[in-house]
Design a protein around this ligand. Structure first.
Ligand code: SAH
Ligand code: F3S
Length: 487
């Protein structure tokens, strides 16, 4: 039995697709070589913007002829569109057999079994409110960088956002379970862990009473970061091939919980990356109010500055929406000025897209498409210039590169610094045949491109690498391939 999963959308969906693959493999399924020869085709969907939904429609259209040729093919839709639309999807797309919500992944094998024995198409989209389940990767999986879920759902209800509908209310995983999963990844060779949650910094340990604090925005997230750092072995420069955690990241925090204790954690917890992704959405107070973001421009700038000052050299990226209902040229200028003031080196910019059931629908969608495009282009132009200027200042500095794999052309190893900058290390600087994915390489930055850096390994790094034991080479980014046996 062979499956094929197509993933659309965010890291959360990537993570969910991995978990679906896990439960499928655990019940005898194998990954197909291609969509055409799969017996199960599963689309893990995204509904954050209208475009993502249109994409689903066109992809489903493409599958219809395949299903006509092979009626036994099971076609499933999971993820946010599945949760949002439920049974309506089955009515709209007769080729569909199964609609699966993000909280129903463990039920996938059973539902497929039903389908294979001729059950009618079914939609299963029930949130696990009372007993939230957090799926862990199977023990034999190895990765350089791994996502670990700490919470799911979102209680914020930003006026534009569909996530609270598609992912339900906030539910947290116990810190012991989180630490255990982090430890397991690290033991298996992971060098970087990315904690994952919709408002990852609102974390409250379900096993503990609420934090004793007068600040309603105070969470137990900083304690979680400290707990992970204390419990998990760290990467040791003197023993560079032993298991150990080099970097801890998280995504995405809500600025509301970026309180002084989070800043203190960044100052004191060494393994925290010197890079923070902090979504701002807009630099205009009028827009922030309409977006129900629950902070002002001034608070955001103050909090971002405190985080950036927590450790010298820390960089920041953000999410920004342009063309939110009622956004004037002046409002947008405020966004650009905030981008300058904070000095973001990367921005995920989006045109406002009205979503079903969100409060912003009542505000209309009055910024013309051409205006949205123009604003987005100006935003990217500014951020590109800030990134290029930042990268240029790094020439001549020494960095620690966590190598993730090979560059697209294959002529370099590519990795990231502690600040998340991309670094290419030319292959011909290393002995032939050396596989560096998963290795930590000290490098000097020799030049800067528009979006990345070029580095050269230091002498010390070369001495370390010359002792690279063969077993260390097995920690790869690539997943194990299952060979398909054609009968
Ligand atoms: N806290 C979540 C946010 C998910 S949505 C996280 O973990 O990343 C990711 C980004 O999409 C948001 O920060 C926002 O900038 C953008 N976005 C969400 N809803 C949108 C909409 N209706 N139109 C345009 N962009 C949107
Ligand atoms: Fe969406 Fe706001 Fe939550 S952007 S995911 S409602 S924090």
């Amino acid at each position: 039995m062979f499956y094929w999963i197509e993933t659309f959308g965010c890291q959360m969906n990537v993570h969910d697709s991995d978990r679906m693959a896990d439960v499928l493999r655990a019940s005898g399924w194998q990954k197909a070589e291609s969509l055409e020869n799969a017996e199960l085709v599963l689309f893990n969907t995204c509904s954050i913007r209208e475009k993502s939904e249109q994409k689903l429609r066109s992809e489903v259209g493409k599958l219809a002829p395949l299903k006509e040729r092979r009626p036994e093919l099971i076609f499933a839709v999971a993820g946010c569109v599945a949760q949002q639309e439920g049974e309506k999807l089955l009515a709209r797309f007769p080729v569909l057999d199964l609609v699966l919500g993000p909280d129903n992944i463990p039920e996938l094998p059973r539902l497929l079994e039903d389908q294979r024995s001729g059950a009618p198409p079914v939609a299963r989209t029930v949130f696990d409110i009372d007993e939230p389940r957090f799926l862990t990767a199977t023990a034999d999986e190895k990765r350089v960088s791994a996502f670990v879920t700490t919470m799911k759902g979102c209680d914020e209800r930003c006026s534009f956002c569909i996530v609270p509908t598609t992912r339900g209310p906030e539910r947290y995983r116990s810190s012991d379970e989180i630490v255990a999963e982090v430890a397991r990844w690290v033991e298996g060779g992971a060098r970087e862990i990315v904690l994952l949650g919709q408002t990852v910094d609102s974390f409250r340990d379900p096993a503990l009473p609420p934090a004793a604090s007068d600040d309603p925005d105070e969470s137990q997230f900083p304690s979680l970061l400290r707990k992970i750092a204390d419990a998990v072995p760290r990467f040791d420069d003197a023993n560079p091939f032993a298991p150990g955690l080099l970097r801890l990241r998280y995504t995405s925090p809500h600025p509301r919980h970026a309180t002084p204790s989070l800043v203190a954690a960044h100052r004191e917890v060494e393994i925290l990356a010197e890079h923070i992704h902090l979504p701002v959405q807009s630099g205009s107070n009028r827009m922030l109010r309409r977006m129900i973001r629950r902070y002002t421009r001034e608070t955001f700038i103050e909090r971002a500055a405190a985080l950036l000052a927590s450790r010298p050299g820390t960089t920041m990226s953000s999410d920004i929406i342009v063309g939110f209902p009622g956004e004037t040229d002046e409002d947008f200028e405020e966004t650009l000025s905030l981008v300058r003031e904070v000095g973001f080196v990367q921005v995920f910019g989006f045109k406002f897209s009205p979503r079903p059931g969100t409060p912003a629908l009542k505000l209309g969608n009055d910024v013309p498409e051409s205006k949205k495009s123009e604003r987005l282009a100006r935003l990217f132009e500014l951020v590109d210039a800030q990134l290029a200027a930042h990268l240029a200042t790094l020439v001549g500095t020494r960095v620690t590169v966590l190598v993730e794999g090979a560059s697209k052309l294959g002529d370099a190893f590519t990795g990231r610094t502690q600040r998340n900058e991309i670094v290419h290390l030319a292959r011909d600087l290393f002995p032939e045949g050396l596989e560096l994915a998963g290795q930590v390489v000290e490098a000097d930055i020799v030049s800067a491109n528009k979006r990345s850096l070029a580095g050269a390994p230091t002498e010390r790094a070369m001495i370390h690498l010359s002792t690279l034991p063969t077993h260390a080479m097995r920690v790869r980014t690539v997943e194990k391939r299952v060979l398909q046996v054609v009968a």
